[in-house]
Design a binder for this molecule. Structure first.
Ligand code: FE2
Ligand code: FE2
Length: 218
């Protein structure tokens, strides 16, 4: 099948895989503002990991349009990190010295580091991970609005969310162009599935810790 039809097939599979998450209620335990602070702190880890992955892949990606896409993403995620740090400070939490990866990176990060073929990278980090981010951020925005935290809601609605959506859309376009043989499409599909599996594990951990399915993503 051609690249565009393949991406449309991936879209359907991703949507189907994320349906349970889309339907899951967000029910962090305890006080809402406290939960928002914890979620923002967890979001910092997601942002810095996404930024580092994009930076490291730039070096080994000869395709100029993708190298530049990775550079944009690297900067966007670093900006999200800084904006979330700033918001935490406004909420009374000084996270400026906090290194979210000081105690290690996530299993998803380690998996992404192993990927080399372009289509696997695109399908995993930019297509699947950003697709998940779009969904969980939408749920996070809802939760934050219910808690009447308008500044955090505005940060996500106006800046973070449109940029995560752009990262996902970039991957869609590039996969349509580069995933153009059955072999490459198989690789991309497998990378998406593995990413979904690892992201599920991360959410499991979060739900044990916070009782929520929506960690702001990158
Ligand atoms: Fe981000
Ligand atoms: Fe992103």
């Amino acid at each position: 099948m051609d690249g565009l039809s393949f991406v449309q097939q991936l879209d359907a599979e991703l949507q189907h895989a994320l349906a349970p998450l889309a339907a899951a209620p967000i029910a962090p335990t305890g006080e809402k503002q406290k939960a928002i602070i914890e979620l923002l702190k967890m979001g910092l880890k997601s942002e810095i990991e996404a930024s580092e992955i994009a930076a490291s892949w730039m070096l080994t990606t000869p395709e100029m349009e993708i190298k530049l896409g990775l550079a944009r993403q690297c900067g966007d995620e670093a900006k999200h990190f800084a904006l979330m740090q700033k918001r935490l400070l406004e909420l009374g939490v000084d996270a400026r010295q906090l290194n979210p990866v000081a105690h290690g990176y996530s299993p998803l990060f380690h998996y992404l580091r192993t990927l080399h073929p372009l289509v696997e990278r695109l399908a995993a980090a930019q297509y699947a991970r950003e697709g998940i981010a779009k969904l969980v951020n939408a749920k996070f925005i809802e939760f934050v609005e219910e808690a009447k935290d308008t500044r955090t809601a505005a940060l996500f609605r106006e800046t973070v969310q449109p940029e995560e959506a752009a990262h996902h859309e970039f991957a869609r376009q590039m996969l349509a162009k580069y995933a153009n043989t059955p072999e490459l499409q198989d690789k991309a599909r497998a990378a998406m599935r593995k990413t979904l599996e690892l992201a599920d594990e991360l959410r499991e951990l979060a739900s044990h810790r916070l009782g929520t399915a929506a960690i702001p993503g990158s």
